[in-house]
Design a protein around this ligand. Structure first.
Ligand code: SAM
Length: 273
């Protein structure tokens, strides 16, 4: 996979030499190229920004500079994929990471100041490229570099061969099961007066699997009820439904919903359909 990142702070991306992504680059699994946007400026001061039309605070990144840069790094004739990190974009999720990991070539345009002139995305789309404007969360950073690091790490680890044991990707939070991961433990079995749950030392695979599934359901219900509500009831077995019922969830009209408050003196709510 090839990834081009364009930024006015290329050194910010030096972290991509480290860890698994760094190794993936060395192994040739990821062809990652970082560019300095100022290389496409045309003036002595290497200017990339100007004042906003319509007035207001801050500066806006110039479309002409970005246009020249993108013409050079996106494939000629269209068909490329430009990712523009922005707090006003769709929220980046594991589904985006999976989709990006399946791409052959992605270009990431890191904005600064008040962002990039809106005509850049418009012209890039008109030239036959896909443009994804993506936010890494509901907060505002100073620039797109951190967001680019987040996205590259998230999709980079999904590339075949990057994570040593591909099984470690299967049960993770936000995976196909739609749950958060269960709590994990390692040696020593007793530490600071705290013991590892007995079942994990039992060697009984079916019991361990059930225990982990129950903890994943509990954790997801406690921390991310929106993820429980999005679960497909068909993916839940009897034991899953019993755990969720105990946590106040029931299947109604084909969807998981918080159990209705029981009327005083009435029978308890349904737990399964
Ligand atoms: N004026 C913009 C707004 O209110 O939407 C914020 C611009 S922000 C100060 C500068 C740059 O940081 C953005 O162009 C974008 O590249 C990056 N950025 C900031 N927050 C981000 C987020 N949550 N996700 C992705 N990129 C972000």
């Amino acid at each position: 996979m090839r990834v081009d990142v364009v930024s006015i702070f290329p050194d910010y991306l030096a972290a991509l030499d480290l860890s698994l992504v760094g190794k993936a680059r060395q192994a040739g699994l990821l062809d990652l190229r970082v560019h300095d946007l100022r290389d496409w400026t045309a003036d002595r001061h290497r200017t990339v920004d100007d004042t906003p039309f319509g007035g207001g605070a801050g500066m806006v990144m110039r479309p002409d500079v970005w246009g020249r840069a993108l013409d050079d790094v996106l494939p000629a004739g269209g068909g490329g994929h430009l990712v523009v990190p922005t707090p006003s974009g769709d929220v980046f999720t594991q589904r985006h990471a999976e989709a990006l990991a399946a791409e052959e070539h992605v270009v990431i345009a890191c904005g600064r100041y008040e962002g990039i002139d809106a005509r850049v995305a418009e012209r890039t789309r008109a030239a036959g490229h896909r443009v994804s404007e993506l936010s890494i969360g509901d907060y505002v950073l100073n620039g797109g570099e951190v967001a680019a690091l987040v996205m590259i790490e998230a999709f980079g680890r999904l590339l075949p061969g990057v994570v040593g044991n591909p099984h470690s990707l299967v049960e993770e939070s936000h995976g196909a099961a739609g749950l958060l991961e269960y709590p994990v433990y390692t040696k020593p079995p007793e530490w600071a007066g705290l013991e590892v749950p007995e079942v994990l030392l039992s060697g009984h695979h079916a019991r361990i699997e059930r225990w982990r599934r129950d903890r994943a359901l509990e954790r997801t219900a406690a921390r991310r009820p929106d993820m429980v509500a999005a679960l497909d009831p068909a993916s839940l077995d009897k034991a899953d439904r019993a755990v969720l019922a105990g946590l106040g969830w029931e299947v109604r009209d084909g969807r998981l919903r918080p159990a209705a408050e029981p009327e005083p003196g009435s029978a308890p709510g349904r737990v399964a359909e």
